[in-house]
Design a protein around this ligand. Structure first.
Ligand SMILES: Cc1cc2nc3c(=O)[nH]c(=O)nc-3n(C[C@H](O)[C@H](O)[C@H](O)COP(=O)(O)OP(=O)(O)OC[C@H]3O[C@@H](n4cnc5c(N)ncnc54)[C@H](O)[C@@H]3O)c2cc1C
Length: 413
């Protein structure tokens, strides 16, 4: 195979030289982990199945630097989101990546949502957020003149960034550190040898002291290829966006979010200003029939059979069928999508929206059907497996990477 060198990686190339750690996956968690290992003088090779870095969740997300408001105090999400957020702002400042700390508002539009907003406020304080401000209807309109709400919360720490840009800069740092990124190189398996592991890609083979699995939507399968039973299954949920048409983008200045349903791990459709321009609405959360299925018509029989053969999937479906059906109905109907958005911004109309992009979330589901809420990272001999890294893992990536690198530096000897 011909070697193709690009700014992001090298396709069709054998690993060049000796490496201490192999990272599987060139999304933001894999890249941040590789960068942190490089800072600890560990030479890293990244196996990335796609032809570029940030090809999946990282390159299809909302571009929001989350504050840490939502997460259970003491959870991995809460701790790494706060530390990762600050580290990400600092990284962007140091490396000239465009970022804006614009803040966001969360609005309750119904009295029934106020207790959940109170809880968010409490969590935010417990998670160390300073400057949270409760807003009455008038104050909501001072910040977002077109937003409606009976109660609101202003969160100053939230920001926007292009995570693909962040990844490109991380990739450059990794290369400066002596690391190598092999794109179009899917991980195929691993076997043990004295003092380490031999990691196989389809065209590549490398001896290393340890392996870190950051394969996102394929993390459970990569774990199984490594002989680890992950104890969960990744179920893909597509998040579809609409773009607000150019003439109507002044309806929202920055970010407007609803109070999320506390039973679900998704935040509810919201408005997000993009750092590169434009205003997005979404994402919804629809069960996908293919792990990397960005369109409703994308179906993988293998992925569907895998999902239907998992008892945890049926138990999840039994618990959440009502919410799931609602999402399917809304996904097929711009009118229903616009109606959900109108709760936040009453002036938005269906014809203000045009179809936008989509992302697919890797949501880990436990055998009992519960949606794994917190990040899940498992350790094995000479291995670390990142099994559940949904939102806010892009925000938290530098902190997640540092924690993994600390572990790896001690254990991959
Ligand atoms: C719609 C949506 C909106 C979101 N919004 C936000 C947000 O605003 N802010 C935020 O912080 N988070 C957000 N998130 C979450 C965030 O994007 C993810 O948590 C984060 O990108 C996860 O990064 P990752 O590196 O684990 O996964 P990924 O980015 O999916 O990377 C995994 C990589 O592994 C590769 N891979 C898979 N299998 C193999 C294999 N066998 N061999 C080699 N490589 C392999 C894949 O090709 C992929 O590049 C959002 C997610 C979605 C889907």
């Amino acid at each position: 195979m011909q070697a193709v060198d690009s700014a992001e990686g090298i396709a069709g190339m054998q690993p060049d030289g000796t490496f201490e750690v192999a990272v599987i996956g060139g999304g933001i968690v894999g890249l941040a982990t590789a960068m942190a290992l490089g800072q600890r003088s560990r030479r890293v090779v990244i196996f990335e199945a796609a032809d570029r870095i940030a090809a999946h969740q990282t390159g299809h997300n909302s571009g929001v630097i989350h504050s840490g408001l939502y997460y259970k105090p003491g959870s991995l999400k809460a701790k790494t989101c706060a530390a990762g957020r600050d580290a990400l702002y600092a990284f962007c400042d140091q490396r000239d990546v465009r970022v804006e700390r614009c803040g966001k508002i969360v609005v309750a539009t119904d009295p029934a949502e106020v207790p959940a907003l109170d809880e968010l406020h409490r969590r935010g304080v417990a998670n160390g957020l300073e400057g949270l401000r409760r807003l009455g209807p008038e104050e909501i309109r001072e910040i977002e003149p077109h937003a409606a709400g009976i109660d609101g919360l202003f969160v100053p720490q939230t920001g926007i960034v292009d995570f693909t840009e962040v990844c490109k800069v991380m990739a450059a740092v990794i290369r400066e550190q002596g690391g190598q990124i092999l794109t179009s190189t899917a991980f195929a398996g691993v076997h043990r040898e004295t003092g380490g592991l031999v990691v196989h890609g389809l065209d590549a083979k490398v001896f290393v002291k340890g392996l870190v699995n950051c394969a996102g939507l394929q993390a459970d399968r990569v774990a199984r290829l490594c002989g680890i039973e992950p104890g969960l299954r990744i179920v893909p949920f597509r998040g579809e966006y609409f773009n607000v048409k150019p003439g109507r983008r002044d309806l929202v200045k920055n970010l407007v979010y609803p109070v999320p349903d506390p039973r679900l791990p998704f935040l509810g459709v919201h408005f997000t200003r993009r750092i590169g321009g434009g205003l997005e609405a979404g994402p919804n959360a629809v069960l996908a029939f293919r792990r990397e299925g960005y369109k409703a018509s994308d179906v993988s029989l293998f992925d569907v059979a895998d999902m239907l053969g998992y008892g945890g999937f049926w138990r999840m479906a039994a618990r959440n069928w009502r919410a799931g059906l609602g999402e399917f109905r809304r996904a097929g109907s711009p009118a229903l999508f616009a109606a959900a958005l109108r709760k936040l911004v009453p002036d938005i109309r269906e014809d203000d929206l045009e179809p936008g992009g989509a992302g697919v979330r890797a949501q880990a589901v436990a055998p009992d059907g519960s949606l794994c809420d917190d990040f899940r990272i498992a350790q094995g001999e000479r291995m670390v497996h990142v099994l559940n890294a949904p939102s806010p893992a892009a925000t938290a990536s530098i902190a997640i990477g540092q924690a993994i690198a600390d572990f790896a530096a001690r254990r991959f000897e």
